[in-house]
Ligand binder design. Structure first.
Ligand code: ADP
Ligand code: MG
Length: 589
C-alpha cells in the first residue's frame, strides 16, 4: 500500500476536496471513509496538496475531516468469463445481487465482486509450456453461453512472456491459477482467468485497425438501405423526448447481426431503466431462441443515481465491448442517452469552476466525446481473426434542437446520423428517422446509385408537398403530383416499419433487396393515370397491398397473392421505363 492519505476539506455536491500527503495521481481511485462506509471516488484534479475527487456515490453524510484512502489504482473493471447476461451498475456492481442484499438498487458503499468466484468453468488450454505469448494472446478458452471465451494474457503484460506451465483441461474457478508465465528477466507470474483493466484506457492488443466497410445489418430497412451502419463504425441517434430513440435501440439490439450487445442505459427517467431490466430477460434472441440476455450485458444508471456514475457506465460498457472484440467477436455497444453523460460532465465542470464552453458544457466536451467513439473499430488480431466494436449513441437535445453542443460534437465524429423527428413520431411514422436530415458515410447493402435514385424521389416529393401547401392541389401539375405520391409511397411501404409485427420488425438483406426493387419498379415507371384522383387512388390501393406483403412471411399464401396483385396493378398502368430507370433496375437484378 502506498504511503499516502488525505482528509476531506470541502464537499460540493458530488465533488469533494481532499488535502493529502504523498504522491497522488490523476484518475486514481480514492475511498472516502464516511460513517463506517467506504465511498468510491476518482481523482479528477490535483493542485499542490489538494485534490478534487468525483464521488460515485451519494455524498450525503460526508463530513469535513473524514479520512480518505488512496489506492494507486485507476478506475477499473474485472474481465473474465461470466460477464454475459449480467446487469451491472457503472462501477460493475451486479445489480440483481445488490437488490437481493440491500433491498433495491444501490446502497452507498456496497461493492460486490463483478464475477463469481465460486462458479466453475471448463478450461481447455491452447498454449503449452515453452510457448511465447504477447498480451492478448490466448492461453486457452472456456465455453461461456454459446461463445468460446478466450482466456488471454492480461493486456498490461507488455513484452514477451514464456509459458512455464499451464493447467490441464478441467473445471476451475476464475481466480484459480491456470498458468505460470515468465518474462525475459525471469520474473514469474501466476495467471488466473480474471484480470482488471482501467476503463478510461482503450484495449489495444490488436495488429491493425481496418476501415469499417462491411455493413452491420440491423434488419431495419431505412437503416440498412438508406443510412447504413458498418461493423466497427459509429452512429448517433439524436431525437426529442418520446421520438423513439430507446425503442429503436431495443429493436436494433434484438436483430442486429452481431454476436454480443452491450447496453449502457443512462435513463431519462428512473422507470425507463427498470423497464429495460424487466423486459430484456423476457425477450427471446431470434438467433438462438434463448433469452436475449445470454448475449447481452446491461450497464445501467438511472437518473436517480449519482451523476458521476453515468460517466463510469459509459467507460465500463466500452471496455467490456473491447474485451469481447479481443476474442474475435462482433460487439454492438448502444449508449442511451449520451446527453445524460454530457450533463454529468457539465455539472462536474461547473463545480470545478472551469471556464465554460458553449451552453456551460466544458470546453473539452468535444474531445471527450470523440475519444469515446474512437474506441469503436474493426481490428485484425494476432491470430488472424477479426473483431469489431460498433458504437451507437442516442442524444436527447432539449426541444429536439440539433444545434446544441452534444449533438454537434457527436456529429463531427460519427460515421452515420439517424436523426429522429418530432414531426414523424407525432404522425406515428416509425422508426421516426428523418430521411432528409439523416446521412451515412458507410457502404450499405444496396448499390449506391439505386439508393440515391430512390432518395431523389423523397426530396422531390417533399418539395412538391411544400409547394402544394402554398398553391393547393389544383395548382399542382399531374406530373408533380405523381412525384409527390411516389415519395409518400416509398415512405409508407419501405421507410416505415412496424417494430411490433413479427414479420415486418426484422427484414433480411435479401428480402430488403427484393422489396426495394419492387418499390423502385413503381417509382421509376411512367404510369398511365387519367388524373390526380386516379393517381391517388391507385397509389392508395397498391400501398394497402404492399403493407399486407410486408406483414407476411415469404412462404405464406398472402405473400404470393399480394405480390401478384401489385404486379398486376402495375401492368395495368402500362409502365414505361427510360434509360436511367432501366439501368437502376438492372443494378438490383
Ligand atoms: P425516446 O427514447 O426517444 O424518448 P421512446 O423510445 O421511449 O422515446 O418512445 C416513446 C414511445 O413512442 C414508445 O413508448 C412507443 O409508444 C412509441 N414508439 C417509439 N418507437 C416506436 C415504434 N418503432 N413503433 C411503435 N411505437 C413506437
Ligand atoms: Mg429514451
Amino acid at each position: 500500500m502506498s504511503q499516502k492519505s488525505g482528509r476531506v476539506v470541502a464537499v460540493n455536491g458530488n465533488m469533494v476536496s481532499v488535502r493529502f500527503e504523498g504522491n497522488v495521481a490523476m484518475n486514481e481511485v480514492a475511498y472516502i471513509l464516511s460513517n463506517e462506509k467506504k465511498l468510491k471516488s476518482e481523482v479528477i484534479r490535483i493542485r499542490g496538496s489538494e485534490a478534487q475527487v468525483q464521488v460515485y456515490e451519494m455524498t450525503k453524510g460526508i463530513r469535513i475531516g473524514d479520512g480518505v484512502e488512496f489506492t494507486d489504482l485507476m478506475l477499473s473493471v474485472e474481465l473474465g468469463p461470466g460477464l454475459l447476461g449480467q446487469i451491472y451498475d457503472g462501477l460493475q456492481n451486479p445489480l440483481p445481487q445488490i437488490a437481493e442484499k440491500t433491498g433495491y438498487f444501490l446502497e452507498s458503499g456496497v461493492y460486490l465482486k463483478a464475477l463469481s468466484r465460486s462458479l466453475k468453468w471448463t478450461f481447455t488450454p491452447s498454449a503449452k509450456a515453452g510457448d511465447s505469448l504477447r498480451r492478448g494472446d490466448s492461453i486457452g478458452s472456456v465455453p461461456e453461453r454459446h461463445f468460446t471465451h478466450r482466456i488471454m494474457l492480461p493486456f498490461d503484460f507488455f513484452g514477451e512472456w514464456k509459458i512455464v506451465s499451464v493447467a490441464e483441461k478441467g473445471e476451475y474457478a476464475i481466480d484459480e491459477t491456470i498458468a505460470v508465465v515468465e518474462d525475459a528477466r525471469g520474473t514469474k507470474k501466476n495467471l488466473s482467468m480474471v484480470f482488471s483493466w482501467p476503463v478510461k484506457r482503450a484495449i489495444d492488443c490488436y495488429v491493425e485497425r481496418l476501415k469499417p466497410d462491411q455493413p452491420m445489418v440491423t434488419k431495419t430497412r431505412i437503416i440498412d438501405t438508406f443510412f447504413p451502419v458498418a461493423k466497427g463504425g459509429t452512429y448517433c441517434i439524436p431525437g426529442p423526448f418520446g421520438a423513439g430513440k430507446t425503442v429503436l435501440q431495443q429493436v436494433t439490439s434484438r436483430y442486429a447481426d452481431v454476436d454480443i450487445v452491450i447496453l449502457a442505459a443512462c435513463g431519462e427517467r428512473a422507470g425507463e431503466v427498470v423497464e429495460t431490466l424487466k423486459e430484456f430477460p423476457e425477450i427471446t434472441d431470434p438467433r438462438t431462441g434463448k433469452s436475449l440476455m445470454e448475449r447481452t450485458i446491461i450497464i445501467c444508471n438511472t437518473s436517480s443515481m449519482p451523476v458521476a456514475s453515468r460517466e463510469a457506465s459509459v467507460y465500463t460498457a466500452v471496455t467490456l465491448a473491447e474485451y469481447y472484440r479481443q476474442m474475435g467477436l462482433n460487439v454492438l455497444l448502444l449508449a442511451d442517452s449520451t446527453s445524460r453523460w454530457a450533463q454529468a460532465m457539465r455539472e462536474m465542470s461547473g463545480r470545478l469552476e472551469e471556464i465554460p464552453g458553449e451552453e456551460a458544457f466544458p470546453a473539452y466536451l468535444e474531445s471527450v466525446i470523440a475519444a469515446f467513439y474512437e474506441r469503436a473499430g474493426i481490428v485484425r488480431l494476432a491470430d488472424g481473426s477479426f473483431g469489431s466494436v460498433t458504437i451507437g449513441g442516442t442524444v436527447s437535445p432539449a426541444g429536439g434542437n440539433f444545434e446544441e453542443p452534444v449533438t454537434q460534437a457527436t456529429l463531427k465524429v460519427v460515421g452515420a446520423f439517424h436523426g429522429l423527428s418530432r414531426e414523424r413520431s407525432d404522425a406515428r411514422k416509425y422508426p421516426a428517422i428523418h430521411p432528409l436530415d439523416s446521412w451515412s458515410k458507410y457502404p450499405g447493402i444496396m448499390p449506391k446509385e439505386t439508393v440515391e435514385y430512390a432518395h431523389s424521389f423523397l426530396e422531390r416529393s417533399a418539395e412538391v408537398g411544400a409547394m402544394m401547401k402554398v398553391v393547393g392541389e389544383e395548382g399542382t401539375s399531374l406530373e408533380d403530383y405523381t412525384v409527390y405520391l411516389k415519395g409518400e409511397f416509398l415512405d409508407a411501404v419501405y421507410l416505415q416499419q412496424n417494430s411490433f409485427d413479427p414479420v415486418d420488425s426484422s427484414v433480411s438483406p435479401e428480402r430488403q433487396r427484393k422489396m426495394f426493387r419492387l418499390v423502385l419498379s413503381i417509382l421509376a415507371a411512367a404510369l398511365q393515370v387519367k388524373d390526380k384522383e386516379d393517381a391517388r387512388s391507385w397509389f392508395y390501393e397498391v400501398r394497402q397491398v404492399f403493407m399486407d406483403l410486408n406483414g407476411s412471411k415469404e412462404s405464406s399464401e398472402l405473400y404470393g397473392l399480394s405480390l401478384a396483385k401489385i404486379e398486376k396493378a402495375l401492368a395495368e398502368r402500362k409502365p414505361e421505363y427510360d434509360a436511367e430507370a432501366k439501368s437502376i433496375l438492372a443494378r438490383l437484378e
